[in-house]
Write a protein that binds this ligand. Sequence first.
Ligand code: C2E
Ligand code: MG
Ligand code: MG
Ligand code: MG
Length: 279
Amino acid sequence: RAKEDGRGTYRFFEAGMDARAQARRLLELDLRAALQRAEFEVYYQPIRDVAKDVVVAFEALARWNHSLRGMISPANFIPLAEETGLIVPIGEWVLRQACIDAAQWPRDVGVAVNLSPVQFKNPNLVQTVKQALKASGLPAHRLELEITESVLLQNSEATLSVLHELRAFGVRISLDDFGTGYSSLSYLRSFPFDKIKIDRSFVTELATREDSMAIVRAVTGLGKSLGIVTTAEGVETDAQFDLLRREGCTQAQGYLFSPPRPAAEVESMLSSARAQVIA
Ligand code: C2E
Ligand code: MG
Ligand code: MG
Ligand code: MG
């Protein structure tokens, strides 16, 4: 990163900013056109019940199949989509598509859809969710919405009433990436979440760091005491999975079982995984 301590360096920094701003602008134009061009796709990653050893849900994860650049990961377009507000139509599309796909799955497993904080600024969010369910025929109890703490940081009165309304309709609400934000525990009191997703950063170091192990143990314990399902994200090794099972973590998700895959592969992920109906 260039420092702003000399004239030459400053000019260089400006030039660098220019190129970056241009690249960003190009990406934004592409992003605007991507919905019309049908370049988005929803991938699905299985979530397994640890004790029963079966798939109980799939997380819907957006992919952008750019005509020239190939597959672009959400890390590289969700932030831009949020800054430009494009996440609202993109998020709606993902939600509708995920409900349509899930309604056709051969088993009664759940589908988890990520919601951006920006989507909560849209007054039509509840209506959008209800319409996606109605249009697809997916029962509300099969839909899980994943939000991060940052959703609760903004305009929390309005946000909480939206969450309560969705919950009353039968949709389940998960707290995603738990442990990475601020004052996580107070959020558990502000809304009765159905699920806590333990962030991958803790799971990754489960077998190698005492403190990560202690944190995972504390969160699974918290989930048990509060009657909240706990899901470990980013499970990659048998060692991590064994430790999670021993701690009584409810669900696990990660490359150990499967990476996110196209919708057409859901059936094979289900049959190879001996899925069961969820309660
Ligand atoms: P997330 O909701 O926490 O999703 C989990 C991410 O971890 C996914 O990345 C998934 O592919 C990745 N992952 C799962 N298991 C493993 C593992 O074992 N190892 C490793 N290294 N990674 C694993 P992905 O698909 O790139 O998505 C990244 C983030 O982008 C998501 O994090 C979510 O915050 C956001 N995102 C994705 N799709 C959407 C969407 O439709 N709407 C919104 N608002 N955000 C989305
Ligand atoms: Mg998520
Ligand atoms: Mg997550
Ligand atoms: Mg995450």
